[in-house]
Design a protein around this ligand. Structure first.
Ligand SMILES: CC(C)(COP(=O)([O-])OP(=O)([O-])OC[C@H]1O[C@@H](n2cnc3c(N)ncnc32)[C@H](O)[C@@H]1OP(=O)([O-])[O-])[C@@H](O)C(=O)NCCC(=O)NCCSC(=O)C[C@@](C)(O)CC(=O)[O-]
Length: 613
């Protein structure tokens, strides 16, 4: 099979141009992961970083770490033929550092205009051309390819409109210095297709081959995609862009980032023009990096496509649950009220025990009495052979607003024995839930805060309504998610936990679903009931003993992965499941008889003395 060469080349500049103006430090690991994801999405040219002074661009102060990382070094190996990983260098020192790190391609840059040249690189255009020429010459001698950039092709923030002749001068100088291509930068994002057309005509009519030019359009005035298309129709085939539309210009207040890679790929693919990029993976990467940077995704196509994908996934999930519930259980499952202790309601349906937080006026905040009763209720369900699942949900607007912060009731700011008692209440609750041998399900009818998030994440599974969200709000109160961290960090992962804890931001239902932290989102309360019913019906096919042992295997892998304890634990589970008096014997018998097992009926049959192992 021959691999078709893409008809246009996308030069992904997100890791450099996209990140360089972001004030908050982006962790090096995030940059490395971004590069990995972009490569995985099929991008064949990725500008990795810029070797500049950390004083000039603090965000890229980790350029040596990025270039020295094994995953990036691997990109410089000869078997990466056909791929380009340029690194921006402003001067000879930057070039030397880049070359020492094995970089095979650098990019040099100049401004077509005096004002921006002075502000950006503190020299005149002439000096800039000379400096870029020197760097390019040395790079060529070292066998390193050189790409050139010309900034402010249409306008300078200080000097106004850019004469075409000034752009021509820069382009021809860079090509003469050995650049294999020159990228025309509309740094302020002010140009529109007619400007693009005129400039390209001017340059090509003055002898610049179109295949030596690339387009680098920022999107301040929403013209970038149109500019790319215009340049394409003029014969240009290389375009710089940035995933999620990352970027900006410090000299152009309000300036948007680069044209979004997703928008370009979407446009080209719709026109039947190949880019070699996997749009779905690129969209995922755009969403991912936007979340990492806590900023909204600037790619219009990226946003639209990710919403479409999520709603399709949702429709599928809902369709499955509706089919299940409609085919066998046209009406909602019936729950019988067992008791109503303070702030709670306990219901039962077959082998399912449902605990409803019922203090809606206070957002279902966990009072001392609720904590104690919840713990004892879950404890007795844990040892009840006729309970297979424990469901925790709530009434009212919120799922649970966490620890009680009431004026007269909150144990916060009391210290001493009050603090010890509260610590014991919280840890006991989360521990009985986390170590429960039953399948535990949080059904989040609305937002959860602090300890409410802990409650949800100490459960095995979560379903939620579209209006639900998880907020680790403790830092706002001067507190920390202490007792719940054990479960939250485990389920969310280290990096995301840190971000969620430190930002105290509401992580909405869509994001929870996208991160795999909830297994279904319902559009409203009624649909949430249907989603839970569907899940409970499906779980009837899963044996309680098999579920308990599976939970134990996950625990062993998490706590003791690769150690002796895990090996011993697995042996213990294996021996148990193979016993002649274990549930496996029943499951096997029914399988061999061609019958579908209803484990709820089996458990309840045991209660009535009917079911036999
Ligand atoms: C939830 C919103 C956004 C709603 O904000 P809103 O929509 O503006 O409504 P609201 O603030 O009027 O809240 C509705 C009612 O719920 C009450 N309420 C609400 N939360 C609580 C609470 N926790 N304790 C006691 N009462 C609470 C609140 O006081 C009010 O009662 P009202 O004044 O009408 O009588 C707002 O009320 C809020 O920010 N609440 C605080 C949420 C929060 O930060 N929870 C974290 C608690 S700390 C914690 O859980 C520590 C822990 C367990 O993690 C430590 C550890 O892990 O060890």
């Amino acid at each position: 099979m021959t691999i078709q060469t893409p008809q246009v080349r996308i030069v992904e500049v997100g890791p450099r141009d996209g990140l360089q103006n972001i004030r908050e430090k982006v962790p090096t690991q995030t940059k490395l992961e971004l590069i990995r994801r972009l490569r995985d999405a099929g991008l064949r040219t990725i500008e990795l970083t810029s070797v500049v002074s950390p004083r000039a661009i603090p965000q890229l102060a980790d350029c040596r770490e990025v270039l020295g990382h094994s995953s990036v070094k691997a990109l410089f190996q000869p078997d990466q033929a056909g791929l380009r990983f340029p690194v921006l260098v402003p001067n000879v020192k930057g070039l030397e550092i880049a070359v020492n790190h094995g970089v095979k391609e650098v990019a040099v840059f100049i401004s077509a205009t005096e004002g921006f040249s002075k502000a950006n690189i503190n020299c005149s255009v002439e000096q800039g051309i000379a400096r870029a020429g020197e760097v390019a010459g040395l790079a060529r001698k070292a066998g390193v390819a050189v790409r050139g950039y010309v900034s402010c092709i249409f306008r300078d923030p200080f000097d106004g409109p850019t004469p075409e002749a000034a752009v021509l001068r820069c382009v021809t100088s860079l090509l003469a210095a050995g650049c294999y291509e020159v990228s025309l930068g509309d740094t302020l994002g002010v140009g529109s297709p007619s400007n693009v057309h005129t400039l390209i005509q001017y340059l090509t009519s003055h002898g610049v081959p179109i295949d030596k030019l690339a387009g680098h359009f920022h999107d301040t005035y929403g013209q970038a995609v149109a500019n790319v298309w215009e340049a394409y129709t003029c014969g240009m085939r290389v375009f710089d862009s940035s995933v999620g539309g990352l970027g900006g210009c410090p000299f152009a207040p309000g300036a948007k980032g680069n044209v979004a890679s997703e928008d370009l790929v979407y446009m080209f693919h719709n026109a039947g023009i190949s880019t070699g990029v996997d749009l779905a993976k690129l969209v995922e990467t755009g969403e991912w990096i936007s979340r990492q940077l806590s900023q909204s995704n600037s790619s219009r196509a990226g946003k639209a496509l990710s919403i479409k994908t999520r709603s399709q996934t949702q429709t599928n999930t809902n369709a499955k649950s509706t089919t299940n519930s409609n085919s066998k259980h046209p009406t909602p499952l019936k729950w019988t009220l067992v008791s109503s202790p303070e702030g709670l309601q306990i219901h039962r349906n077959a082998t399912n025990l449902k605990i409803t937080l019922n203090r809606p006026k206070n957002g279902n905040a966990l009072t001392s009495s609720m904590l104690t009763t919840l713990t004892s209720t879950i404890q007795s369900a844990n040892s009840d052979p006729f309970t297979s699942r424990i469901i925790i949900t709530a009434t009212g607007r919120f799922f649970c607003t966490g620890m009680d912060l009431g004026r007269d009731t909150s144990p916060v700011a009391q210290g001493g024995s009050a603090s010890d008692a509260q610590f014991a209440r919280l840890t006991s609750l989360f521990e009985v839930l986390d170590t429960s041998p039953k399948v535990t399900i949080a059904v989040m009818n609305g937002p959860a805060f602090g300890g409410g998030v802990g409650l949800a994440f100490a459960c095995d599974m979560r379903l939620c309504a579209a209006g639900a969200a998880c907020t680790l709000s403790e830092v706002k109160l001067g507190l920390a998610p202490a007792t719940i961290s054990k479960y939250v960090v485990r389920e969310l992962g280290v990096a995301f936990s840190r971000e969620a804890m430190l930002s105290a931001r509401a992580v909405g239902a869509e994001e929870l679903l996208a991160r795999g932290l909830v297994s279904g989102v319902a559009k409203d309360g009624d649909e949430l009931v249907g989603l839970l019913d569907g899940l409970l019906i499906r779980l009837k096919a899963c044996s309680p003993g098999g579920s308990r042992m599976s939970k134990e295997l996950v625990r062993l892998a998490w706590m003791h992965g690769g150690r002796e304890e895990q090996v011993e634990g697995i042996k213990g589970v294996f021996d148990e499941m193979m016993r002649p008096d274990a549930e496996g014997a029943v499951g096997l018998r029914e399988f061999q008889a061609g019958r579908k097992m209803d484990w709820d009926a089996f458990v309840l049959g045991q209660a009535e003395g009917k079911a036999k192992l």
